[in-house]
Design a protein around this ligand. Structure first.
Ligand SMILES: NC(=O)c1ccc[n+]([C@@H]2O[C@H](COP(=O)([O-])OP(=O)(O)OC[C@H]3O[C@@H](n4cnc5c(N)ncnc54)[C@H](O)[C@@H]3O)[C@@H](O)[C@H]2O)c1
Length: 390
């Protein structure tokens, strides 16, 4: 799938079994010659056999590989880790044309991308995403960065993705063989972002049938059928690529939506994903807290319900989306939510809220969304009501 940017820049996302060795074999063509060295940043969750295949593919080009392994957590997605990786890269003496290779989920991809953006003011990066979320979302579009930890009156707070750079990869390799080892909750998190894309695609003019297609393939996707997954990734990368092509640096005015549309469901999700006591299965508190993708699934239902209350979308859309998410193994209601006022307050603190005004992406029909400034609070409360398990 091509990602076309302004001023003629472009790169390709290769998708399918064997995409990683295949993309790495094109490095000499992409860089003008085989790199003497490559700096590989590996997610500790990636199976050793895949790591070994990447090393072998690079070494077959005559490239010397140095690697650093990273156990990906949000607190470790930090300036400290960035500095450690930059130091390790500098110690190899790498030049400006020697690539950084990211092999891992979104955390490793964001960090490796930021290392590549900042080392010698920018060296090439190849993204080899190994989670479904990083294949359909994080590895495409050039956003890189780390979280910042700041002291506030209420204690230390992690501000997500607060420091970083736009730095597009030279290629992305979404190798579907990597998905076999993903834990179920990590896999489902990627499916939540796919449903988000399906709720946007028709409005972007990219893939009007994506929501229906996802519905008809839900059982195959849930069981990780190879062909269904490869098609899912290709269609979702095309949606992300369309958004990025239109608004690479998230500068589009809110009326046009642009990259901000990708925030669908996320303002709701951010309000609940850090709450320690919420479990995706009410009967099993040991599964708390919610993972990001689970919070996004709940956020998508809340956004649909808010839109229905405002008369922007039909109530049918909410039940359609909730049914699809549940079939994909995602929660659509949650027990133990705080009261509406606390939730509204948390939404107002979301970093994407501009100057204190609540700004939500809401569906306006199956497959189309728009940005709504200052929605009526009664409608947002109705959104929360729809996902509150009593
Ligand atoms: N740059 C962007 O545009 C963008 C977009 C969306 C999300 N993100 C970022 O992505 C991050 C989330 O990414 P994620 O959902 O991939 O989570 P993650 O990077 O935290 O990875 C999730 C878990 O999967 C494990 N893992 C990775 N690959 C594996 C494999 N093949 N087999 C088994 N386990 C494996 C990891 O070790 C980790 O434990 C967040 O930090 C988010 O901010 C960035």
């Amino acid at each position: 799938v091509p990602v076309a940017l302004s001023d003629g820049r472009a790169y390709e996302v290769a998708i399918g079994p064997g995409a990683i060795p295949s993309v790495l074999s094109t490095l000499p063509a992409l860089l003008g010659r085989a790199p003497a060295r490559a700096f590989l940043i590996v997610d500790s969750g990636v199976p050793a056999a895949l790591h070994a295949r990447v090393t072998a593919a690079l070494e077959s080009l005559g490239t010397r590989v140095t690697f650093e392994t990273l156990a990906p957590t949000e607190p470790a997605k930090s300036l400290d880790t960035h500095a450690r990786l930059l130091g390790a890269l500098a110690a190899t003496g790498a030049g400006r044309d020697e690539p950084v290779i990211a092999l891992g989920g979104g955390i490793v991809g964001d960090l490796a991308g930021f290392v590549a953006a900042s080392y010698r003011r920018g060296v090439p990066v190849v993204q080899c995403p190994t989670t479904l979320l990083s294949m359909v979302d994080a590895s495409v579009g050039g956003k890189t960065g780390v979280n910042l930890s700041v002291q506030t009156d209420s204690g230390a707070r992690l501000l997500k993705n607060m420091a970083g750079a736009f730095h597009q990869p030279i290629a992305v390799a979404a190798d579907t063989t990597a998905l076999a080892s993903l834990p179920p909750r990590v896999f489902a998190a990627g499916l939540a972002e796919c449903v988000k894309h399906a709720l946007l695609s028709a409005g972007l003019g990219t893939d009007p049938g994506l929501l229906s297609w996802t519905e008809t393939r839900a059982d195959l996707l849930d069981t990780r059928d190879d062909a269904a997954l490869a098609e899912l990734i290709a269609r979702n990368v095309a949606v992300k690529a369309a958004v990025v092509a239109g608004d690479e640096r998230e500068l589009a005015p809110s009326a046009e939506g642009g990259r901000a549309l990708l925030n669908l469901g996320h303002t709701f999700a951010h309000a609940i994903e850090t709450l320690p006591g919420l479990s995706p299965v009410a009967a099993d508190p040991s599964l708390a807290p919610l993972q990001h993708g689970e919070a996004v699934a709940i956020g998508l239902v809340a956004a649909c319900a808010t839109a229905a209350e405002m008369g922007l979308a039909s109530a049918d859309l909410e039940s359609r989306v909730a049914t699809l998410l549940a079939r994909l193994g995602l929660p659509v209601r949650v027990a133990g939510l705080p009261g509406d006022d606390a939730l509204l307050d948390a939404m107002r603190h979301d970093k994407k809220v501009l100057s204190g005004t609540l700004r939500l992406v809401l569906p306006v029909g199956p497959g189309a969304c728009r940005v709504v400034e200052d929605p009526p609070l009664s409608a947002v409360r109705a959104g929360w009501d729809a996902v509150r398990q009593r």
